[in-house]
Design a protein around this ligand. Structure first.
Ligand SMILES: Cc1cc2nc3c(=O)[nH]c(=O)nc-3n(C[C@H](O)[C@H](O)[C@H](O)COP(=O)(O)O)c2cc1C
Length: 314
């Protein structure tokens, strides 16, 4: 195997179509948290991200949001000036093509397809991670999406396989022939959901995925909560990394990994939650705020219990 290039988190990434990622560490979407405008405003106020991809928008043959609906729903992201991608969840090639056309008409520069969600409801609807069980359907979807609007950045977010990580060989081999611009790959399979993965297992899996992805930039994802794990992914040759749950534990993690000056982890977490709390008005955003505290401190923490008590008092 040839020597892998080890990228630096703070290096920009330029895709084949000219799109530029300001850095190689991005937020990975979280349904129930990142779809809150208050969460987004907090992230912007504290300058914690340089790329934004909110959680998935479902699509099906008779339900693809129009350009007008997309402009309305995603207005704050479009107006923020941050590079912004929409994430779609579905399984129909014609709907995928229409979704890309509508996104372009709404002024959205990049589209991502979710082939990773392991939730029962999503799998039942044959979308998310379930698409990995049908590589030829996945190929059709991506070709339809890629051909729908020339120049549009089309990407995917996938689990490394459905039942076995070795499926990434077939899957990524297909993906790289569709012209997809980049891939975000979670090291677990769909069936593994969120079960424990050792560092050695992550290394073996990511080495394989990066090799199979060839020239397509591959962002690694899964359990990155600090420099050690970030370095592990970059040592596999990943072009970048995506971070989800770790963001609540250390809201400055992306900046920290880029060697910027940041508050320490516990002060940063407090500051983030303070700014978030100050933007709450009435009940709006309270549920998401509670979820942020749960992920930041854990369900058994004093902070989470206090918040539940406060919420009960009204
Ligand atoms: C509450 C929650 C909601 C999520 N929602 C989405 C989503 O909408 N789209 C998506 O691609 N991934 C979603 N994910 C998966 C994460 O983006 C990420 O791939 C996964 O959590 C592994 O990364 P982590 O270990 O950094 O959390 C979600 C994860 C969590 C925990």
């Amino acid at each position: 195997m040839e020597n892998k290039k080890v990228f630096l988190p703070e290096e920009p990434l330029i895709l084949q179509n000219g799109m530029v990622f300001p850095s190689r560490v991005i937020m990975s979407p979280m349904e129930g948290i990142m779809n809150s405008p208050l969460f987004f405003r907090t992230v912007c106020e504290l300058s914690l991200a340089d790329f934004w991809m909110p959680p998935f928008q479902g699509i099906s043959p008779h339900a693809v949001p129009s350009p007008g609906a997309l402009r309305k729903k995603y207005r704050i992201y479009l107006e923020s000036g941050l590079p912004f991608f929409i994430q779609y969840l579905g399984h129909d090639p014609a709907a995928a093509a229409e979704a890309v056309r509508n996104a372009a008409a709404a002024g959205i520069k990049g589209v991502n397809f979710n082939f990773g969600c392991p939730s029962k409801t999503v799998l039942k609807s044959a979308s998310g991670g379930a698409v990995l069980k049908e590589p030829l359907l996945m190929e059709k979807m991506l070709l339809a999406a890629k051909n729908a609007v020339p120049g549009m950045t089309v990407s995917i977010k996938m689990r490394i396989g459905y039942s076995s990580f070795k499926e990434c060989k077939t899957l990524l081999n297909i993906v790289k022939n569709t012209g997809v611009d980049f891939v975000i790959c979670h090291a677990r399979t769909v069936e593994e959901k969120y079960s424990f993965l050792s560092k050695d297992a992550i290394k073996e899996r990511m080495d394989m995925a990066v090799e199979e992805a060839g020239n397509i930039p591959l962002f690694g994802n899964g359990d990155i909560c600090g420099k050690e794990m970030a370095d592990l992914y970059f040592s596999c040759g990943c072009s970048g990394i995506g971070i989800a749950r770790g963001l609540l534990k250390d809201p400055w993690i992306l900046e920290r990994l880029k060697n910027k000056s940041c508050p320490d982890v516990s002060a940063g977490r407090k500051r983030f939650l303070e700014v978030y709390k100050n933007s709450l008005s009435g009940k709006k955003g309270k549920g998401t705020y509670a979820e942020c505290i749960r992920l930041a401190y854990g369900e058994d923490s004093e902070e989470f219990r206090n918040m539940i008590r406060e919420n009960r008092k009204g």
